[in-house]
Design a binder for this molecule. Structure first.
Ligand code: HGY
Ligand code: MN
Ligand code: MN
Length: 414
């Protein structure tokens, strides 16, 4: 077992850095919003870059906006041990989602550098530019650019809710113009991500750490119903082509079917946009989001096919039409069993309770996991709440996760 930081000092350090990073994009009501390439995102990346340099790491961006802080190893040709998470958030998100993994990596690398000197293999901390898909209809832009599954042509033509084109936002933030190295990496040995669970399994089962064996697959759609606008007072019900009525029926069908599923499949409709969105006008167009997840990709496919088949019948009855646009389709991914076993051995030696589990949330480890060995390690979330200002993990759990990361990085790189 290696010499670890004092828990109390580590707790304080983690909490202070969580508050420090949350101040970038903080909305003053406990929520945090940092969207890809927006001012809060840029300020946060720059603050992390300064912190990396303060710690004596070699800090640099890539051309997608991912930020790396590197300590070289004695064997500079050795592949890189990469650790970190994403800097972007959902709108009005919490202080821990993504940020905790970056902060834990900074603290762990600083501690190892101070007490154990240079590693044999290079270690890099990464602040991944985008994971959530909160601003533009694309997810994993950061990890996907590094592994090569996300390409520039995929973002041509996509816009945010304010009609700002992706590449315009990217260029305005100083990326996408080859000022920085190409994002694609071929020198990675593995990726280790520390993250909050965003569920309540660990809390309910009173376990300190989650070792993720698999991350669920997920699909995301924008479903648009086209009807006919008309006067709310003078249009008899039987003459209407009401996009809102159709959308309501489709949403009910989706959630009802998901509730009937006993396989653990989850379906969520989280966003709805109505045109013209006026109280005394029958809706001509309604677009709503659909997020479907399961550890078995076939179950996701079967659920979508079955529901979309019903959609056509409902639209025909209402005289409306439907377009289902799939903009995300991630397969379930297994985490690396030997990295997970290494984590398990450390936890057993330290006498820290843990649970091997599936992740219902998507993570950058899902993208790295198809490219190099990846490990995803959870700390508990209070009440399982996440993607909310109420997101919280207590200091003791936070510092325990950092200690695990320190031990993992020491085992892998020293
Ligand atoms: O939505 C998710 O699964 C993750 O928080 N991006
Ligand atoms: Mn998230
Ligand atoms: Mn996350």
């Amino acid at each position: 077992m290696i010499e670890q930081p004092k828990p109390s000092a580590l707790s304080e350090q983690v909490q202070n850095m969580i508050e420090w990073l949350a101040s970038y994009g903080g909305d003053g009501k406990g929520g945090v919003t940092r969207l890809l390439y927006d001012p809060a995102w840029r300020a946060a990346q720059q603050a992390i870059k300064s912190k990396m340099e303060e710690l004596g790491l070699l800090a640099r961006y890539d051309d997608a906006g991912n930020l790396f802080g590197r300590i070289d190893g004695h064997d500079s040709k050795a592949p890189v041990i990469l650790t970190g998470s994403h800097i972007d958030t959902v709108i009005g998100g919490g202080k821990y989602d993504g940020a905790y993994g970056i902060i834990a990596a900074l603290i762990a690398v600083e501690y190892l550098k101070t007490y154990y000197g240079l590693p044999i293999k290079p270690i890099e901390v990464v602040s991944l530019c985008e994971e959530e898909g909160s601003r533009f209809p694309i997810t994993y832009w950061g990890s996907g650019s590094i592994t090569g599954v996300k390409k520039r042509e995929m973002v041509r033509g996509i816009k945010d809710a304010n009609n700002v084109p992706f590449e315009q936002a990217m260029h305005a933030a100083g990326f996408g113009t080859m000022q920085h190295p190409e994002p694609k990496r071929i020198d990675l040995e593995c990726f280790i991500e520390l993250h909050i669970e965003q569920g309540e399994v660990l809390e309910r089962e009173k376990k300190s750490i989650g070792i993720v064996s698999h991350i669920v697959g997920q699909r995301r759609y924008d479903i648009t119903v086209f009807g006919e606008s008309n006067h709310a007072g003078t249009t008899p019900m039987q003459w209407r082509h009401d996009a809102m009525f159709t959308a309501a029926e489709l949403i009910r069908l989706l959630i009802h079917r998901a509730n009937m599923e006993k396989s653990g499949l989850v379906a969520t409709v989280g966003r709805i946009d109505v045109k013209p969105n006026v109280g005394n006008v029958i809706a001509r167009e309604v677009t709503f989001s659909l997020d479907v997840r399961h550890s078995d990709a076939d179950k996701i496919h079967a659920f979508c096919e079955e529901c979309f088949g019903e959609f056509e019948k409902i639209a025909a009855q209402h005289g409306t039409s439907i377009v289902c646009e799939k903009w995300m389709d991630e397969s379930p991914v297994a985490m690396d069993s030997s990295l997970s076993a290494a984590a398990e051995n450390i936890l057993k030696k330290e006498g820290i309770s843990y649970k091997t589990m599936t992740s219902g949330a998507g993570h950058d480890s899902q993208v790295f996991g198809t490219y190099c060995p990846a490990a995803l390690l959870f700390v508990p979330s209070r009440g399982g709440i996440s993607h909310s200002p109420e997101e919280y993990t207590n200091a003791e759990d936070l510092q325990r996760g950092v200690r695990l990361l320190i031990a993992m990085l020491h085992k892998l790189a020293y």
